[in-house]
Ligand binder design. Structure first.
Ligand code: TRP
Length: 458
């Protein structure tokens, strides 16, 4: 049965929908802790360079593949060449692996929202509060279940459109509030003469550079912009031919980068001012350890109110992403096995819950189980971002270079206006596979504890 694909009404509709899926916990939770861990300013610089060159090119490529074929990942690769459909399958596994641990973090956000709503900013700001929470089996499972159930209910009822509408209002508020909080952090740090954190975040210091800076910046790029997992192909398949593909890609990138930058500007300097440079190595918990302290410093009433508003906005950003993740998994399974939508939703909910339990318990009773020396959540994060996504990205570039030709993509972009950065695009698509392969190898060696004795360290 041929179903006519519905289209986004125009450019703004397309950009907002794609940015809504892209902007999420990746920007607010993941970017700041990676920036803190991997060199601050130098991470920011590497991320920026990778995003305007490689990120941009891959984003254009994926949207163009989607628009050209009118299909989502599996079908699209299959249409380009029958032998390539396996790439679509690898891409399809990624959202299914992200959804469970994404929901664990979503649960953390839900918990903090409840803490601020009940006026307990002060408690949340105490040292060890976060560790106590994630180490508590009942609590971490409860909030994880709550978040993933909410996601499933929204998908099940098919009310994503309603959530999207609300989040279109919430997103701009999130940006404005983040600017306000960032200003508060910068001013209060400045007044106290604490510039160390801001300098660490904003000034590239080559002595902090290591190959892991590039590995993690690249992984973050994929994750944050929802690249190398078929998502942007799906979005592209809904894009009208007369909407400018190139400038849409620029705008999505700008949104995504902007939100991540602001989140880092709030979190990184705060960590340094509360716990010194050593505090930067907190990993995935960074946002939850620092932000309550910032809010608490705003005074007891303002702190609780602003904290609650902030976590509501973060919750919405997280929900729009988790809905889109679950929706992706549901539609892949539905297409493949031709089973009903409701049943599929329940299967995905059950599967994602089971897969998420180890991530939720990995900071508590299962902390003894540490694959590759990582907590379980970081392990899933590593497998998807540092292994599977680079593989999909390499294969996508190779398909464009040698199965179809870069010109086919450039022609597709040209349909809606001359592709200004066509040369950059072509260069990146040819160079990227080799670069990505090196990054992938380093990431894997590093995970197995084989470091290169400061190799590539300035
Ligand atoms: N980009 C999203 C974020 O920054 C996370 C994400 C990864 C995602 N893959 C996705 C969202 C697929 C929707 C669909 O939080």
């Amino acid at each position: 049965m041929e179903e006519k694909r519905s289209n986004f009404t125009g450019k703004i509709g397309f950009v907002l929908a794609a940015a809504g899926s892209a902007v999420g916990l990746g920007n607010l939770w993941r970017f700041p802790y990676l920036a803190a861990q991997h060199g601050g300013g130098i991470f920011l610089l590497v991320y920026l360079i990778l995003s305007v060159t490689f990120g941009f090119s891959l984003m254009v490529a994926e949207i163009a593949i989607g628009r050209k074929t009118g299909l989502s990942a599996i079908g699209a690769f299959n249409k380009l060449n029958k032998k390539c459909s396996f790439i679509g399958y690898i891409a399809a596994i990624i959202p299914a692996l992200i959804l469970p641990y994404y929901s664990v973090i979503g649960g953390w956000v839900t918990k903090y929202l409840s803490v601020f709503i009940s006026g307990n900013a002060k408690t949340a700001a105490t040292d060890g509060y976060f560790e106590g929470f994630i180490g508590n089996t009942a609590q971490s499972l409860f909030f994880f279940a709550l978040f993933i159930a909410a996601t499933a209910i929204i998908v099940l009822l098919g009310v994503e459109k309603g959530v999207e509408k609300v989040s279109k209002i919430m997103m701009p508020i999130l940006v404005i509030l983040s600017i306000g909080i960032a200003a508060f952090v910068c001013i209060s740090n400045g007044v106290q003469g604490k510039w160390e954190g801001l300098i660490y975040y904003l000034k590239p210091d080559f002595s902090h550079f290591s190959i892991m800076t590039v590995v993690s910046a690249m992984g973050q790029l994929f994750y944050s912009m929802s690249l190398a997992m078929g998502i942007m192909i799906t979005y592209g398949s809904y894009m009208k031919k007369d909407v400018s593909l190139e400038s849409s890609a620029h705008q999505i990138e700008f949104f995504d980068m902007g939100v991540a930058f602001l989140a880092g500007l709030i979190i990184v300097p705060s960590v340094v001012s509360y716990s010194g440079i050593e505090g930067l190595n907190k990993g995935p918990g960074l946002m939850f350890v620092t932000l309550p302290k910032v809010f608490n410093d705003m005074g007891s009433i303002a702190g609780n109110v602003i904290g609650a508003v902030f976590f509501i906005l973060v919750l919405f950003a997280a929900l729009t992403s988790s809905i889109s993740l679950m929706e992706t998994v549901v539609s892949i399974i539905q297409d493949k096995f031709h089973i009903g939508r409701k049943i599929t939703c329940l299967i995905v909910l059950g599967g994602a819950f089971l897969l998420g339990v180890p991530s939720a318990l990995g900071f508590g009773i299962w902390s003894g189980f540490a694959p590759l020396g990582m907590d379980i959540l970081s392990f899933f994060d590593f497998i998807t971002n540092s292994v599977l996504m680079p593989i999909v990205a390499i294969l996508t570039c190779l398909v464009i270079c040698y199965v179809i030709r870069p010109k086919d993509i450039i022609d597709e972009v040209n349909v809606s206006g001359r592709f200004k950065l066509a040369k950059l695009f072509k260069g990146m698509i040819y160079v990227a596979p080799a670069l990505l392969l090196v990054i992938l190898i380093f990431a894997i060696f590093e995970a197995f504890g084989i470091t290169f004795g400061g190799l590539l360290k300035f």
